[in-house]
Design a protein around this ligand. Structure first.
Ligand code: ADP
Ligand code: MG
Length: 212
């Protein structure tokens, strides 16, 4: 059973020198509880595809189904409730400590404590972003993305600013947590070394999605 299905999605960007097609006729299914790796060189369209899945961007053509029903103006509701996102940048507010940063997303304090405890980062609770290493910041972001117990976790290049050791740690942390909480996940990266950790992998070549 799939959670989200993209049907015949196309997307172009218009610039002052013309219109560029990035995605053409993409069909993509995200099965429940499965992990998907999306890789490919910078500029191939990974972020564009992920932003269409999360509703942060809209396709020119095609449709998106969530649990078999067409997603239209309710995409933002899904984003609040059922889709967690981890970005390349942490987007933590520097004036707020870890708890208050997560509270911006989810107000239930006991659930925040539960997720911090799950990720073994209780000791970071009262720290401010500039007191955290890049690896710790990204672990806070993983916790923030999962605090509302979404059904789908989307991560766009979550390891770009991490060294090898922290990159492996964050990917494994996300994959283990997804298994534990029964989440589907799509993680985009240009680092192909993660591929074997996932259930399925895809790349984008010449505007098309290719299973590999
Ligand atoms: P990736 O995430 O694989 O690096 P992106 O999806 O970010 O690729 O971008 C795909 C292509 O679309 C790139 O050539 C990029 O420059 C272009 N692009 C992305 N967003 C925009 C935009 N808002 N306007 C114009 N071009 C864009
Ligand atoms: Mg990108």
């Amino acid at each position: 059973m799939n959670l989200i299905e993209l049907k015949k999605i196309s997307k172009s960007y218009k610039t002052n020198i013309g219109s560029f097609e990035i995605l053409k006729n993409i069909n993509f299914k995200i099965d429940k509880k499965k992990s998907i790796f999306l890789f490919g060189p910078s500029g191939c369209g990974k972020s564009t595809l992920l932003n269409i899945i999360t509703g942060l961007d809209v396709p020119d053509k095609g449709s998106i189904l969530y649990e078999g029903k067409a997603v239209k103006e309710n995409h933002m509701e899904l984003l609040k409730k059922d889709i967690g996102i981890i970005f390349q940048d942490h987007y933590l507010i520097s004036e707020l400590n870890v708890i208050d940063n997560i509270k911006l997303k989810h107000q239930n304090i006991s659930e925040i404590n539960e997720i911090l405890n799950y990720f073994k980062i209780d000791d970071l609770k009262l720290k401010f972003p500039n007191q955290l290493s890049n690896g710790q910041k990204q672990r806070v972001c993983v916790a923030r993305a999962m605090v509302s117990r979404p059904k789908l976790l989307i991560a766009d290049e979550p390891t770009s600013y991490l060294d090898r050791e922290n990159a492996d740690l964050v990917i494994n942390l996300i994959l283990d947590a997804c298994k534990n909480f029964d989440l589907s996940t799509v993680i985009a990266s240009h680092d192909i070394s993660f591929k074997s950790n996932f259930d399925y992998s895809y790349t984008i070549e010449s505007n098309s999605l290719i299973k590999c």
